[in-house]
Design a binder for this molecule. Sequence first.
Ligand code: CA
Length: 232
Amino acid sequence: MTTEGPLVLVVEDEPQMSRFLRASLGTHGYRLVEATTANEGLAQATASRPDVVLLDLGLPDLDGIEVTRRMRAWTRTPIIVLSARGQEEDKISALDAGADDYLTKPFSVGELLARIRVALRHTAEAASAEEEPVFSLDELRVDLGARQVFVGPSEVHLTPTEYSLLTTLIEHAGKVVTHRQLLKEVWGPSYVEHTQYLRVFMGQLRQKLEPEPAKPRYLVNEPGVGYRLRVR
Ligand code: CA
């Protein structure tokens, strides 16, 4: 048991954003280590072993994508990328390089805290030996052991591909998964450009699972980036 809050490494070169993060996290029980360059950030990641990393994409020495790649060579620590509008491509590359999630500036304290909570929860689940074999959210219940899916009391039959798509999103529940990641995990590495597959199967999945398929409650679209399975 520890009385200290989770340690957040902030790698950000804009003083205004750093101040906002310091104030928001400090008042919510988080401890902070800060870096203003990529190299300093990489050094801090090794030295202080943070629980989660907030990483700005536009840094003066290296970009956030490269920082993500270098960190992923040795650690699974969750990385949440902070991107500016117009950095869509970089954001997707960072996610594909192994970042866990992103926030587009400007974002609210509420969004920031929610993303950090999701990231930390994933770490805790990965660390616990007895992971919950049932995913449930409102009316949706997926028994991962028995490979059964229910909406309310009724069992829903999914094709192997639909099931694989759903479980891939469950594995990353609450976090964005890029089109590329989904295509790679469900169909295989040679299918990463086939985004139309994803649209078709996501449509089918929504038809089967969503109360209102046109206004998805569980399988949320992240325009231009990917999909996110909502939690809570
Ligand atoms: Ca910057």
